[in-house]
Design a protein around this ligand. Structure first.
Ligand SMILES: Cc1ncc(COP(=O)(O)O)c(C=O)c1O
Length: 422
């Protein structure tokens, strides 16, 4: 029954029951963590064969010795793998070090002087659009370059394109947008075809040097037999003549080793050449030995789907556990909504407006760490204070169950307190 339909007496009784369950959790002195989207140890184990896979053979097919300096855009075999993953041509792709975030940061650092010069000319500020809820580290990059962030709602079809088109038409100092187009962090939504087609037109509406940061971090991370299909933005952009505006990113962080994978950046050959020039003073070449290890291990990408199925076997039960627990405890209470991702690493949970930080504090006092309230919004400010990101991948199934038991009680208790105080 909906909590909102209870009489004051019934709500008081329910509040007492919840308080007693909560007190028991506190006494159990738990120490559980649902914060960061890290792979669990069993997932990392799936890629242990990376270690030693080269068996002393360091030569590429073209005779290049990967132990030596050079090759800033990456080894051809790894560029081909990145092209397959991102749906591009190898000439449009470079392979970086272990973090796609570094490539994103560098792309912004590369563009920032041009954007800043334009901003000074017209006494304005550089701005970025941020579909929300979104990935906190994207927002941190903007903060570190003093780029003003503008929230745009993320709908189940993708960001609100009408709002985006209107904003871009009005303000040429909006220089970019962050996107996680497939199994978005944290909602799990995949942008639909119409949204992708409208993205391809944005370069025509926006001011100079606009960049779509298309972070496809979860491109291969399916949890179902019929994976969501993401429409091909590069193809659409090339037809529209806007490919220079598009920057695609991915990495093997959640495929092999989170701390020792390889990363990919894909864009037009023109934008890639300019980015290469920017990188040249800071690096002679990224870790080509690791690139070769990944090519051997994932067999030029051919082995990828099979490998990702092994991840799914480990992660599927965890995502199912979250759905079952939330449904069982909160399904009919009318106090929370949550997403049902078919891939990726997160579930997005919305409480009643105004109480997410209280739920997170209750959970923390009972020994369950959740991502801080507001983390999924620019400047850490969730205007409605209602979004909570659940990251179920790292804890064991047993710990996850314990943590969820605490979370649902905290959420209902905070909701009951809130309703009684009105
Ligand atoms: C959307 C998104 N992009 C990028 C990253 C980090 O990628 P990398 O390890 O390649 O730097 C994450 C990690 O959680 C993520 O969720």
């Amino acid at each position: 029954m909906k909590l909102t339909d209870l009489s004051a007496d019934e709500l008081n009784t329910r509040q007492s029951e919840l308080l007693s369950a909560y007190t028991q959790f506190k006494e159990a002195r738990l120490s559980l963590d649902l914060t960061r989207g890290k792979p669990c140890a069993e997932q990392l184990d799936l890629s242990n064969d990376l270690d030693g896979i080269l068996e002393g053979f360091f030569l590429l097919q073209n005779g290049t010795d990967v132990r030596n300096y050079g090759g800033i855009l990456g080894v051809p075999e790894a560029r081909q793998m990145g092209a397959d993953i991102l749906g591009l041509q190898p000439a449009q792709v470079m392979v970086g070090g272990n973090s796609s975030l570094t490539l994103m940061y560098n792309m912004i650092a590369h563009m920032a002087p041009q954007w800043d010069a334009e901003a000074r000319e017209i006494n304005s500020k550089v701005k970025f659009l941020c579909p929300v809820p979104g990935y906190d580290r994207h927002f941190t990059i903007c903060e570190s370059f003093d780029i003003e962030m503008i929230n745009v709602d993320l709908l189940s079809t993708g960001p609100d394109m009408t709002v985006i088109e209107n904003l871009l038409a009005q303000d040429p100092m909006i220089k970019g947008i962050w996107c996680v187009p497939k199994y978005s962090n944290p909602t799990g939504h995949t942008y639909d075809e119409e949204t992708v087609k409208r993205f391809a037109q944005l370069g025509k509406i926006a001011g100079r040097n606009f960049r779509i940061m298309w972070d496809n971090a979860y491109v291969a991370h399916h949890l179902t037999d019929n994976p969501a299909r993401l429409h091909d933005l590069m193809d659409e952009s090339m037809q529209a003549g806007t490919e220079d505006n598009l920057v695609m990113l991915a990495s093997t962080s959640k495929i092999t080793f989170a701390g020792a994978g390889i990363s990919f950046l894909g864009t037009s050959e023109k934008t890639l050449a300019a980015f290469e020039k920017f990188l040249t003073p800071q690096v002679i070449g990224f870790d080509k030995v690791n690139q070769l290890r990944h090519v051997r291990f994932l067999q030029d990408g051919g082995n990828l789907a099979e490998h990702m199925n092994k991840h799914r076997t480990l992660l599927g039960p965890k995502f199912e556990m979250v759905q079952n627990k939330l449904q069982e405890a909160l399904g009919d209470k009318g106090i929370a909504e949550w997403t049902r991702p078919e891939g990726g690493y997160f579930i997005s949970l919305d409480t009643l407006p105004g109480i997410a930080s209280k739920v997170i504090k209750f959970a923390s006092d009972a020994g369950v760490k959740l991502t801080p309230a507001g983390a999924t919004y620019p400047y850490g400010m969730d205007p409605e204070n209602r979004n909570i990101r659940i990251a179920p991948t790292f804890p064991s199934l047993t710990d996850l169950e314990k943590a969820l038991n605490v979370l649902v009680v905290c959420l209902e208790l905070a909701s009951a307190d809130h309703l009684l105080s009105q």
